[in-house]
Structures are given as C-alpha cells and as structure tokens.
Design a protein around this ligand. Structure first.
Ligand code: HEC
Length: 111
C-alpha cells in the first residue's frame, strides 16, 4: 500500500522520493518522512547559519561533510554547542535532532 501512496503523490514529493532512492536507502515512506521532518527542523533552526539546503557560504561548518561515522560528534556538538554555535539541547528534542541528522545524511557528500 505504501507504494500506491507514493505514486499517487504530487510531483514534488515523487521527485524527492526518486532522488532519495538514488542517494541511499531512504526509499521507505517512513525514512522519507523523517528526512522531511528534519528539513523543517533545519530550516527553522539551522539554516540561518548553515545555509539554504545545507549549501554553506563558508562562514560556518559545511554539514554535508559529516560522514556516517560522525553521529556521536554531531550529537555532542548540536546538544552542547561549539564556539559560536549555541547549544540546542534545551531547544530541540532528541527526536528532532535525529530527524535533522537524517536530513543531513540525505545530502551528504559521502553517503
Ligand atoms: C548562530 C549560528 C548557528 C546556528 C543557528 C547553528 N549553527 Fe551549527 N555551527 C555554527 C558555527 C559557527 C559552527 C562552527 C563551530 C566551530 O567549529 O567553531 C557550527 C558547527 C556545527 C557543527 C560541527 C561541529 C563540529 O563537531 O565541528 C554541527 C554538527 C552543527 N553546527 C550543527 C548545527 C545544527 C544541527 C543546527 C540547527 C539545530 C545548527 N548547527 C545551528 C553556527 C551555527
């Protein structure tokens, strides 16, 4: 049934699903929903400093550089902050941080 839902969707969502399929195993509707949730958390909290669609102009860290093995570092820096970056542990839930991670992974240079 999930596939029927996917193919009945609007053009934008179908395109997003197709590109996620090419990128990595984000093909399930659940994984896709998590990435989309992460994108909105990102847009509301991180975009100002880290750039539209993660495209960074060089003032801050380019989040697309994070690799799959950087999860612990990501969690620590995001929760506790780093230098000019404020801490997020009192702002975002663990679930939201996890969603942002999925979004970042979906756009990472190294999958
Ligand atoms: C006020 C600007 C600002 C905002 C908002 C911001 N960041 Fe950052 N972020 C920075 C800066 C500056 C650095 C570079 C820190 C350094 O290494 O000195 C950074 C670095 C990072 C790093 C790399 C840390 C490391 O281990 O080297 C991660 C991961 C990160 N940010 C994630 C996020 C996420 C996720 C959000 C949204 C929840 C966010 N940032 C919001 C400014 C910001």
């Amino acid at each position: 049934m999930h596939h029927l839902i996917t193919f009945a969707c609007g053009a934008g969502i179908c395109l997003a699903s197709a590109s996620a399929l090419l990128a990595q195993d984000n093909s399930s509707p659940e994984a896709q929903a998590k990435i989309e949730a992460g994108e909105s958390v990102y847009n509301n909290n991180c975009e100002n400093c880290h750039g539209d669609q993660l495209v960074n102009t060089g003032q801050t860290f380019d989040l697309r550089r994070l690799t799959a093995g950087d999860r612990a570092r990501f969690d620590n820096s995001v929760r506790n902050g780093k230098n000019q970056m404020p801490p997020w542990k009192d702002v975002l839930s663990n679930e939201e941080i996890d969603q942002v991670w999925s979004y970042i992974r979906s756009k990472a240079y190294q999958k």
